[in-house]
Unconditional design. Structure first.
Length: 378
């Protein structure tokens, strides 16, 4: 004997008119007790509405974008007792029931009412509800937390294989999917699996605009910094140091006639101090291997210094800084910075850095958080 049961939104606290963000079942789907049917999202929480009974979904009365409250009808589920013979589905008021013969499955998720017939044949394969964008893939199963995590990363759950019970997608599955997509070099515009593409906006609707082409350097550095931001975990720490005596010494060097042609700034001292730190802490003078299995420890000490030019940011590399003095580093830095601004740097002079420095001395401020120049680690 079978029975059709209405599934209502349970007590969800003080929330009213809550948005439906996911519909997890379709007519013809088999559900167990506690199987999630829809996902709701309020201003404070995301929650699944589970099925209180086991059976087959015969009708879904909710679509993505609807608003519901306690008592709203979500779906109807046909339940059956194993010991009893299966009879024709009972018809409730204004609710057509599904009965299937041995022929092809119905095209519509909710077929028209049919006359009672002998015992019901096997139910048709699940079909997707109108709210689902894809017509040929099953609806992925995941908890609200996993779905939120996937949305934040721009991951398409329909393309992720779940390793949980009954194929449920876990947080680890989403992480592995994103890592694989990044390793393959997928870009937002090329794949729905990575970061969503930037939406196109017609700014001329609000006033006069001008399209200014980006220089080649800005395009290249933009793509590189975007990739570095996605691949490298960024953690920053700020502290203060008393450099009163250091500044006095710098002024002494600056005033010496022999160094009149050299611009001696604090940056040279920072480079020298960083070289000492790299020796003391080898892990910051390293890179992670592409497969993520090894750290590549570097036995050389090359430091890049970001230089702002009219065409964009470039990073010339000072080599073997541990063997050079403050004055020599200041002279070499000034010469390379000038050639960078004139566009005369060779490609090899911008490669091989261990760590990069971004100096905002010309702007001022207390601290900032630059993007790590991958594959460097700092």
């Amino acid at each position: 004997m079978s029975d059709s049961q209405d599934i209502l939104v349970p007590d969800i606290g003080d929330f009213g008119n809550v948005d439906v963000i996911e519909v997890l079942v379709a007519p013809g789907d088999a559900v167990d007790v506690e199987s999630p049917l829809i996902t709701l999202e309020s201003d404070k929480a995301t929650m699944d509405v589970p099925s209180p009974v086991a059976g087959t979904v015969t009708e879904v009365r909710i679509a993505v974008g609807d608003q519901v409250s306690q008592g709203s009808l979500v779906a109807r589920v046909e339940t059956a007792e194993p010991a009893a013979e299966t009879a024709a589905p009972a018809v409730t008021e204004e609710v057509p029931q599904t009965e299937v013969d041995s022929g092809p499955p119905p095209k519509s998720p909710i077929p028209e009412q049919v006359d009672p017939a002998p015992p019901v044949a096997p139910r048709p394969p699940p079909s997707l509800p109108p709210a689902v964008e894809s017509d040929d893939s099953p609806l992925p199963h995941a908890s609200p937390a996993v779905r939120r995590f996937a949305r934040e990363l721009g991951a398409d759950l329909s393309k992720i294989s779940g390793t949980g019970t009954h194929g449920r997608i876990l947080t680890e599955d989403v992480r592995a999917f994103i890592k694989s997509a990044l390793a393959q070099g997928a870009t937002p515009a090329q794949s729905a699996s990575g970061i969503p593409a930037v939406p196109e906006v017609d700014f001329s609707r609000w006033g006069q605009v001008e399209a200014q082409p980006l220089s080649r350097i800005k395009k290249i550095s933009g793509r590189h910094l975007h990739r570095a931001w996605l691949n490298v975990p960024h953690v920053t720490h700020h502290d203060e140091a008393d450099i009163t005596e250091l500044e006095d010494f710098r002024k002494t060097l600056k005033n010496e006639t022999a160094y009149a042609e050299i611009r001696i700034t604090l940056l040279g001292f920072v480079i020298k101090a960083l070289a000492s730190a790299m020796k003391a802490f080898p892990l910051i003078n390293a890179s992670l291997s592409p497969d993520g299995e090894n750290l590549i420890l570097k036995r050389y000490f090359h430091i890049g210094v970001a230089v702002d030019t009219e065409n964009g940011l470039v990073v010339p590399v000072l080599r073997n800084v541990e063997t050079k003095g403050i004055v020599e580093l200041a002279g070499e830095l000034g010469e390379m910075s000038a050639r960078a601004r004139d566009g005369k740097l060779k490609p090899e002079e911008m490669q091989g850095g261990c760590i990069s420095i971004s100096s905002l001395g010309g702007i001022g401020g207390t601290s900032f958080t630059p993007i790590v120049n991958s594959p460097e680690v700092a």
